[in-house]
Design a protein around this ligand. Structure first.
Ligand code: CTP
Ligand code: MG
Length: 225
């Protein structure tokens, strides 16, 4: 069976927009509503847990909040703590069930990329993630000067969603250094796993800085959303 956890307990410090970036408006809806839409529309999904900050006042006001597949729980100090709280809030899931993890701040996921991830990652014992091959030439920096050039052909940029078996992911997050884990795949890698890289699209961006908003808006418009 297929479940999903969407961590939405961050404060958006880098965006510094007065409210957490997942609640900013993009084309008439909140960023998080766009992020949830393709997951909630995915035909096989059993349950989706949104992980909220303890003092969240915004989520309950959204139209999506009453969706029958959706429930909420309270997150923690780091993103990985929040994801672990979400995994523990999945009511009926079994260790062998699959769990998608997707950032609330990533509004432009294409339904066909989600479908390809689910189909390909479920064939891999260690799951997988959407990612894109590095586009630019990559430099190693030493005190502000380029000291070498990395082999770009081996470098991919990780996105979400990421898909893993519940038991494997929970164990990797419980045992990992959750203050420093920035995605689920890195926890799985540190535990010895090799998640499959499933190629997505570069416009599946995580809104991080203020100038990401017009790019996200253009991408949604191009998708007719
Ligand atoms: N997140 C979370 N719990 C935390 C920190 C982050 O659920 N303790 C969520 C965010 O809400 C976001 C996703 O993890 O959906 C990715 O994190 P990030 O882009 O870092 O968001 P913020 O932490 O909100 O932003 P910033 O780091 O700029 O403060
Ligand atoms: Mg953060």
């Amino acid at each position: 069976m297929l479940y999903a956890v969407v961590p939405a307990a961050g404060r958006g410090a880098r965006m510094d927009a007065g409210l957490p970036k997942q609640y900013l408006q993009l084309g008439g809806r909140a960023v998080i509503e766009h992020a949830l839409e393709p997951l909630l529309d995915y035909p096989e999904l059993e349950q989706l847990v949104v992980v909220l900050a303890p003092d969240d006042q915004d989520f309950a006001t959204l139209g999506v909040a009453g969706h029958p597949l959706l429930s909420t729980c309270v997150g923690g100090a780091s993103r990985a703590d929040s994801v672990l709280a979400g995994l523990n809030a999945l009511d009926a899931a079994d260790v062998d069930d699959w769990v998608l993890v997707h950032d609330a701040a990533r509004p432009c996921l294409r339904p066909d990329d989600l479908d390809r991830l689910v189909r390909q990652a479920r064939r891999s014992p260690d799951g997988g993630l959407l990612a894109v091959p590095a586009r630019d030439t990559l430099k190693q920096s030493q005190e502000g000067h380029a000291s070498s050039t990395l082999d770009r052909s081996t470098i991919w940029q990780a996105q979400t969603p990421q898909l893993f078996r519940l038991g494997l992911l929970r164990q990797a997050l419980e045992q990992g250094d959750r203050m420093h884990i920035t995605d689920e795949a890195s926890a799985i890698e540190l535990a010895g796993g090799r998640p499959r890289l499933v190629q997505g699209h570069g416009d599946n961006l995580k809104v991080t800085w203020l100038d990401d908003l017009p790019m996200a808006e253009a991408s949604l418009r191009a998708q007719g959303r």
